[in-house]
Design a protein around this ligand. Structure first.
Ligand code: NAI
Length: 286
């Protein structure tokens, strides 16, 4: 029987989430996505008007189908956590049931269970500030949106994940090496995400036989990456210095995620898998 995937963090056709959805769809999975509430309208409109049709084409020529788009804000676990100003915000008031627990509940009502959970989202309001200039609120916001969001997603989806299921997140080497410019506590958030990957692999493995891995991806010109400001430089640096001197395509990360989600990876859990043209292995740029 086909597998069902929920991919959190898809709001256009440029990011890793979209590419992962495509690779999973090409392998026969049914695709559900979670889209950040403020981006929901434009994403659904663009999807409906065919703006993404070219990027929906799968290797066999068919178009990727997204069975359902769920509004999601992964910094809130339940309605009780949502402050009044957000509740009153026009874009948020326009949809409902977008906290993590409510989305998991809706997916359960609609489909019963899932096999694959993907976390492809991050946010750090002070990402352009060096760590030394980052405020406590900025740091905690980065951790909330980029790290705890994953703990919360897995916590709420695990009860509806089938045994043998797989969960994947996206991380960045700034967690373990100095990458000037990846600020605002985002490097700290990725370090937490990688550490949590190990602990969650243990807990979800023992509890539900679910595997938990994270893909440490090389630089991609996504919407989120453009907001950081140094993405073109990072892409040029990688092409100049990595063992494989080519631009990384989002599909290469998508394919690795599809592998990790498949039975081919049945003994891989708690791992950080580099999909970065090998840049992580270099000691100096040359
Ligand atoms: P993206 O812009 O396609 O994806 C980020 C998504 O997160 C967006 O769709 C945004 O709407 C969503 N989002 C932000 N806050 C949210 C919230 N509170 N609740 C729900 N959704 C929220 O950009 P990209 O780069 O594909 O990011 C996906 C993942 O890949 C992130 O974890 C990122 O850190 C990681 N990554 C990206 C790299 C790059 O160079 N682009 C390199 C290594 C890792």
């Amino acid at each position: 029987k086909g597998k069902r995937a929920f991919i959190a963090g898809v709001a256009d056709d440029n990011g890793y989430g979209w590419a992962i959805a495509k690779s999973l769809a090409a392998a026969g999975a049914e695709i559900l996505v979670g889209t950040w509430v403020p981006a929901l309208n434009i994403f659904e409109t663009s999807l409906r008007r065919g703006k993404f049709d070219e990027s929906r084409v799968l290797p066999d020529g068919s178009l990727m189908e997204i069975t359902k788009v769920y509004p999601l804000d992964a910094v809130f676990d339940s309605l009780a956590d949502v402050p009044e100003d957000i509740k009153a915000n026009k874009r948020y008031a326009g949809s409902s049931k977008w906290t993590v627990s409510e989305v998991a509940e809706s997916v359960k009502e609609d489909f019963g269970s899932i096999d694959i959970l993907v976390h492809s989202l991050a946010n750090g309001p002070e990402v352009t500030k060096p760590l030394l200039e980052t405020s406590r609120n900025g740091y905690l916001a980065a951790i909330s949106a980029s790290s705890y969001s994953y703990v919360s997603l897995l916590k709420h989806f695990l009860p509806i994940m089938n045994p043998g299921g797989s969960s994947i997140s996206l991380t960045y080497i700034a967690s373990e090496r100095i990458i000037p410019g990846y600020g605002g506590g985002m490097s700290s958030a990725k370090a937490a995400l990688e550490s949590d990957t190990r602990v969650l692999a243990f807990e979800a493995g023992r509890k539900k036989k679910v595997r938990v891995n994270t893909v440490s991806a090389g630089p991609l010109r996504s919407r989120a990456a453009k907001a950081i400001g140094f993405i073109d430089m990072m892409i040029d640096y990688s092409i100049a210095n990595a063992p494989l001197q080519k631009e990384l395509s989002a599909d290469e990360v998508g394919n690795a995620a599809a592998f990790l989600a498949s039975p081919l990876a049945s003994a891989i859990t708690g791992a950080v898998i580099y999909v970065d043209n090998g840049l992580n292995a270099m000691g100096v740029g040359i």
